[in-house]
Design a protein around this ligand. Structure first.
Ligand code: ZN
Length: 264
């Protein structure tokens, strides 16, 4: 994080409603942004646990509140998201009010996200991968990137109370939803069980129930799917369980002797 801000800047505003700080911290090291509550749990929750265990302050920004979901109300999903946040040990989680199922890359929405970025000042931002089946996911990717850019502009049309201009140093794309070869994976082996529990916190989504039974995976299958996917990405790098990421930049290596992952 950078400069701590006055606690008054944390007040929920029309740009950042439904905000809640878990421990009163004024800044984050890593912020995961996703379209829907439970996206982060499915794509990079293990990585947030890894980073938290290393001492970094992590957080989640959900762009929508799940009001269009087949199962559960927005209120139920808010309570579930809070429970999942506790399990993932994030320092902060909040949700914006973009319409679920209709996330659009507009200046209004870029400003909403930029306000959060200026307040939380993360060094690393994790976005959804930029291609996918769900329009909200790939739109959130571009919207999130452009909001990261906008947040650094000194002449952005945002009140000063949201904080000074801030642009994250690193933007990563969580690619678990996408059929794409990752740039790297994060070993989440010690955290795979906790990551699963964070997903199961969304009981309205994953509890075995008749509503939407044809659309949703029964809870019995969640464990197998979660572990199988993580195992697949782990195998790519010679670890047990992992989550995949794409970065646009070429990585720079300072010592060939410390490169991980055995070749043959
Ligand atoms: Zn989603």
């Amino acid at each position: 994080m950078a400069t701590p801000q006055a606690s008054s800047s944390r007040q929920a505003t029309s740009l950042s409603a439904d905000a809640g700080s878990r421990d009163g911290l004024d800044g984050l090291d890593i912020l995961a942004i996703a379209a829907h509550r439970d996206d982060v749990e499915q794509t990079c929750g293990g990585t947030l646990l890894v980073q938290q265990s290393l001492g970094w302050r992590t957080g989640i920004l959900d762009l929508t509140r799940g009001e269009a979901g087949t199962r559960g109300t927005a209120e139920e999903r808010a309570a579930e998201a809070e429970a999942a946040a506790k399990i993932l040990r994030v320092s902060h989680r909040e949700a914006l009010d973009l319409p679920d199922g209709n996330v659009q890359n507009t200046q209004e929405n870029r400003l909403k996200i930029a306000a959060v970025l200026r307040r939380l000042r993360p060094r690393v931002v994790i976005l959804p991968y930029w291609e996918g089946r769900h329009p909200d996911h790939y739109t959130a990717s571009t919207l999130g990137y452009e909001a990261c850019f906008a947040a650094g502009l000194s002449r952005l049309d945002l009140p000063a109370e949201h904080g000074a201009p801030h642009r994250p140093y690193k933007i990563l794309y969580a690619s678990l939803y996408a059929d794409v070869r990752p740039t790297f994976v994060v070993d989440i082996t010690p955290h795979i069980e906790t990551r699963l529990q964070s997903l199961l916190a969304y009981r309205s989504q994953y509890g075995t129930q008749p509503t939407g039974a044809g659309l949703f995976v029964p809870q019995d299958d969640i464990r197998e799917r979660t572990f199988a996917t993580a195992r697949h990405y782990g195998l790519l790098a010679g670890v047990r369980y992992a989550e995949p990421f794409v970065q646009r930049e070429v990585a720079c290596v300072h010592d060939l002797m410390t490169l991980p992952v055995q070749s043959i």
